[in-house]
Design a protein around this ligand. Structure first.
Ligand code: ZN
Length: 141
């Protein structure tokens, strides 16, 4: 699968303290009707929850990262799943000793501060559909 896209609007947003990180990104994408795009962010969270996909059993294992953490790097994309914008984000968090942890971002990550950039892309539509070889909802045809 290869799609050529054009750049659309760019949003620079300070996400509100206390909100859920992935849910807030999804809310903005939905509100602004961003159906295709990319996301990046830095900041800090009060706690985090991420997932690891076990390829052998085709299931996510989710785990919580305790304590206050820096968002060292967050990147993600926006596409459609079941006709609505789905934000898919991965993040690396750092603790007070500089150790890094990360994974597939899940609900349960509470924002202290988050400076995020959402970049809209246009020119095609990517819909997530079930992918048999991986067991994941991936960009289909
Ligand atoms: Zn993921």
């Amino acid at each position: 699968m290869l799609a050529t896209v054009e750049t659309g609007r760019t949003f620079m947003v300070k996400l509100p303290k206390g909100c859920d990180l992935i849910e807030e990104s999804t809310r903005i994408a939905t509100e602004q009707k961003i159906t295709l795009g990319k996301v990046s962010a830095i900041g800090a969270v009060e706690c985090a929850k991420v997932g690891f996909y076990h390829q052998d059993i085709r299931e996510y294992e989710f785990f919580e990262l305790e304590g206050n953490l820096e968002i060292l790097s967050l990147m993600g994309n926006i596409s459609l799943r079941d006709g609505v914008p789905m934000v898919h984000e991965h993040a690396v968090f750092g603790d007070k000793q500089g150790r890094a942890f990360g994974g597939h971002l899940a609900p349960g990550t509470r924002i202290l501060v988050c400076e995020t950039i959402l970049e809209e892309l246009t020119g095609t539509e990517l819909n997530r559909t079930y992918d048999e070889p991986t067991g994941l909802p991936l960009w289909g045809g």
